[in-house]
Write a protein that binds this ligand. Structure first.
Ligand code: PLP
Length: 431
């Protein structure tokens, strides 16, 4: 075992990792573009953008230069009673590209806190109006993060089982996938009553729930139904934001605007931790009062960290450039062509795509009992070939940084086809 891996074993507890059975972690020493380099000189194509955060490739020189300049000017300052240029400029620039009804930006640290803040804003909005509402409607199989509020509005699963007694009740709606229209609308009519504080959804793509994709039209209808009783709509764009779905935000595919929007992950181009919750003027106004009890009592030590805001500004320079926008369209086209090829493989089912996100299910001749074996074998098979992907159960997906070249994509596609041909045979010999 590598020396660093041994030292890691002695002192570190890794996220989402069964420490008893997990193989030693791979020590990464540097990254460039879509490639990560390990201590032994192996290369890995980062096809999951390092947990969906990286947009422009690793150690991007523009982001590095801007952050390093900011580091020697102002590394951090308390954000209550004080402000700074990067936070103000980032808020201005974000609001200029978000749905038009968004008027205020609240900073936090990550995707889960962005969701916590949105939920607290929604509950306290109704509280401040003197018409408390307690009900939240969410989608089945949703994932909104790992803090308690975020877990509560996520689907119940093995991840949340030990905490179920501590999670507030949520009403679930089936995911509005094609073919589910009647069921979804019927359920929506039952659920969207005048005591619903908020409806929360990952628009168009449910990420951790298995890259479940659905069309904008039915979600628009759900938003309209929720609006009939003035329920607030929370769009969790932590994963879908910043170009992943082919447009800047998944909300850009919709007619209806959300009232609250959660952002993180790609916000800083994957450089630093930063979360953002944005809201409408009406929500913000409900907190304005001579009565200090109506204040939003929420904040984190590193709220609006100047380095993170600067990284986000630098990432936005790159994101809005013609080059990146063309890359997003290029990757979308490459994925579409590969999706057609994938359809020829009987072990690739439920092939789906939204912009730069491509996903399919691995089915090894109906041997669903091998669910975990498939996941682990696919992970290792691809890693051995220099590709970092992290299947969600039997769901394989690609979420590459936008700098990924055609040649790199072609290599990944080829290895995935190899996997489809080879994996079942390996599985059948599994004890
Ligand atoms: C849609 C969505 N919301 C929230 C989160 C939580 O973000 P974080 O891991 O930064 O807390 C995630 C993370 O995967 C996510 O995909």
């Amino acid at each position: 075992m590598n020396e660093l891996s041994l030292r890691d074993r002695a002192v570190i507890w890794h996220p989402f990792t069964q420490m008893q059975t997990a193989p030693p972690p791979i020590p990464i020493v540097r990254g460039q573009g879509a490639i990560l380099y390990d201590a032994d000189g192996h290369e890995y194509l980062d096809m999951i953008s390092s947990w969906w955060v990286n947009l422009h490739g690793h150690a991007h020189p523009h982001i590095a230069r801007r952050v390093s300049e900011q580091l020697s000017r102002l590394e951090h300052v308390i954000f209550a009673g004080f402000t700074h240029q990067p936070a103000v400029e980032l808020a201005e620039r974000l609001l200029s590209i978000l749905p038009q009804n968004q008027t205020k930006v609240f900073y936090s640290d990550n995707g889960s806190t962005a969701v916590e803040v949105a939920l607290k804003m929604a509950f306290q909005y109704w509280h401040n109006l003197g018409q408390p509402r307690r009900k939240v409607v969410a989608l089945e199989g949703a994932y909104h993060g790992d803090t308690f509020g975020a877990m509560a509005v996520g689907g119940r699963s093995a991840f949340t089982a030990p905490f179920t007694p501590f999670l507030f009740d949520v009403e679930y709606m089936p995911v509005p996938t094609t073919g589910q229209e009647a069921t979804v609308l019927e359920r929506a009519t039952q659920l969207f009553t005048d005591d619903v504080a908020a409806f929360i959804a990952e628009p168009l793509v449910q990420g951790a729930g298995g890259m479940v994709m659905y069309e904008p039209a039915l979600l628009d209808q759900l938003f309209q139904l929720a609006r009939r009783n003035n329920s607030l709509i929370i769009a969790d764009e932590v994963m879908t934001g910043f170009g992943r779905t082919g447009r800047l935000f998944a909300s850009d595919h919709l007619q209806q605007n959300p009232d609250l929007l959660c952002l993180s992950k790609g916000l800083t181009g994957g450089t630093m931790a930063l979360g953002v919750t944005t809201c409408t003027q009406a929500i913000y106004d409900a907190f304005l009062s001579d009565d200090s009890a109506k204040t939003l009592f929420h904040g984190h030590s590193f709220t609006a960290n100047p380095l993170a805001c600067t990284a986000a500004l630098a990432s936005m320079d790159l994101l809005m450039s013609d080059e990146t926008q063309a890359n997003i369209q290029r990757i979308t086209k490459c994925h579409s062509a590969f999706a057609i090829r994938l359809a020829n493989h009987r072990n690739a089912t439920n092939i789906r795509q939204r912009g730069t996100l491509l996903a399919f299910d691995l089915s090894a001749s109906g041997q669903t009992g091998y669910f975990n074996t498939i996941r682990d074998q696919a992970y290792t098979f691809l890693l051995d070939r220099g590709i970092l992907m992290r299947p969600l159960g039997n769901v394989l997906y690609l979420m590459p940084p936008y700098c990924t070249t055609d040649a790199q994509l072609a290599y990944v596609y080829k290895q995935l086809e190899e996997l489809l041909v080879n994996l079942p045979a390996e599985l059948y010999t599994d004890p």
